[in-house]
Design a binder for this molecule. Structure first.
Ligand code: SF4
Ligand code: SF4
Length: 449
């Protein structure tokens, strides 16, 4: 192949790749990315075509430089380059569920429980009084109040509430011993069929359990159950709905996926009980375990800057369901993925867009002996109480939240492999989607607020 032909081939590939990226971006309803890819479709092939057609002094040198550019880019993507080493954070001790914000928001002023809590944790009184002074989640006075969408969210919460009596129960008599491998294979396969995006099993460790229950009666009792294993799974949150965060569609979607995760968890727990095992579903407003930790140890992802589980395929754009059980299950392999920690260290996009400055910038720090990022849960929840939704801007803009299609899978595979490509990919994400991607407007079917 002569030089001119090679230049035409690369020009053709650049054109095809850019057009493909533009079409995918249009389908993803990402106008900025479509514009950037469209511009690239025009500009990228031009120098190749020009050099292929023209003759001038130094022609061959320029031709080889142009040929080298995509070659270098391909090598950056393909060659494994290990980045900085990161210590994997292991929690020390258990979290008291009474102290998490979702438990604190159930405290009612004037009750003995309210007074007892702030006697024990006086440092929480001032920040909690601040968010209590705001309109509150789903409030008609909140900034993003939307009558229909808030009612739809409330309907989800009520449906989940109706499922609460089903999370636990007595197991049926066991007819015989199960083959752990066959049982585990069945559970993963079944979960995949009924809507889980991923699933994994971990052995339960003390720090997976809350120390004391805090959100649902009986409150203040040890949370641990006599279960050796947890089956964790994720369900996908709809990107199109989340792209409207922090407006009302975001909380509709979050709640919908809490509900979907609850349905799956309750089904699985019922199935295991029917097989003669003790099993409990951990669903919204009724957890005994710290779900992101359990899911991480079940091999489903890593914990990122915003304190959420980051899955390889969907990033933080998932909700987690967990079933704990005494059934003999096969533990999933856990490969620790340092690329997520490295990417979160350089990215900080979620911190940049967070309207309440609740997400840390900078590297992980030592918090109670554990090296990690920690979000300011009071600041985050205060913002929720102003807007009436659970915000979700951080999840919306995370580069790992892009749809799980071929284009983004190609980028993710380079991000996983190469510390150098990670830095390039971050710049590309900013270029295609913006450092602070806008929140999309509501759709017609959602109606007026
Ligand atoms: S936005 Fe960036 S820093 Fe934040 S969680 Fe996602 S990858 Fe990590
Ligand atoms: S949900 Fe909103 S306020 Fe809370 S951390 Fe994420 S971006 Fe910040």
């Amino acid at each position: 192949m002569d030089l001119s032909t090679l230049l035409f081939v690369i020009a053709g590939l650049a054109l095809a790749g850019s057009v493909w990226a533009a079409v995918v971006s249009v389908r993803e309803r990402e106008p900025r990315a479509a514009r950037v890819a469209g511009t690239m479709a025009v500009l990228a092939p031009l120098p190749y075509v020009a050099v292929a057609l023209l003759d001038f002094p130094g022609h061959d040198i320029l031709a080889w430089i142009l040929i080298a550019l995509p070659t270098v880019a391909l090598l950056l993507w393909a060659l494994p380059v290990r980045g900085p080493r990161y210590a994997h954070a292991e929690p020390r001790g258990r979290i008291d569920e009474r102290t998490v914000m979702f438990a604190r928001m159930t405290l009612e002023p004037g009750t003995e429980r309210f007074d007892a809590y702030y006697r024990e944790f006086p440092e929480h009184r001032e920040p909690d009084d601040k968010w209590r002074a705001r309109p509150g989640l789903l409030s008609p006075n909140a900034r993003h109040h939307h009558s229909r969408l808030f009612s739809a969210t409330d309907a989800c919460y009520k449906t989940i509430e109706a499922m609460q009596p089903m999370v636990d129960g007595d197991p049926q008599p066991r007819s015989g011993d199960d083959d752990p491998e066959a049982l585990t294979r069945f559970l993963h396969g079944w979960l995949g069929k009924i809507g889980a995006a991923s699933s994994g099993v971990t052995e339960l460790r003390p720090e997976h359990w809350y120390s004391l229950t805090g959100r649902r009666a009986p409150i203040g009792v040890p949370a641990e159950l006599p279960h050796a294993h947890a089956l964790a799974f994720t369900v996908e949150m709809d990107k199109d709905m989340l792209d409207r965060a922090p407006k009302a569609p975001a909380i509709v979607e979050t709640t919908q996926q809490y509900l979907n995760a609850a349905v799956l968890a309750v089904q699985v727990a019922m199935f295991l009980r029917s097989q003669g095992y003790s099993a409990r579903a951990h669903i919204d407003a009724n957890y005994r375990v710290v779900c992101p930790l359990v899911a991480r140890d079940a091999g489903l992802g890593e914990i990122g800057r915003m304190g959420l589980l980051m899955t390889p395929e969907l990033g933080p754009r998932v909700r987690i369901g967990v079933v704990t059980t005494d059934a003999p299950l096969v533990v999933s392999p856990r490969t620790r993925d340092a690329s997520v920690l490295d990417f979160c260290t350089i990215c900080e996009k979620c911190a940049d867009v967070c309207p309440s400055a609740a997400i840390m910038t900078g590297p992980r720090v030592d918090i109670n002996g554990v090296t990690r990022w920690q979000i300011d849960q009071e600041a985050c929840f205060s913002y929720w109480c102003s807007v009436g939704t659970d915000c979700g801007r951080c999840v919306q803009v995370c580069p790992y939240s892009h749809p799980d299609n071929l284009m983004h899978r190609l980028v993710r595979s380079g991000v996983n492999r190469s510390a150098v490509f990670r830095r390039v990919a971050l710049k590309l994400d900013d270029m295609f989607y913006g450092r602070k991607p806008p929140s999309r407007e509501l759709e017609d079917w959602m109606g007026e607020p």
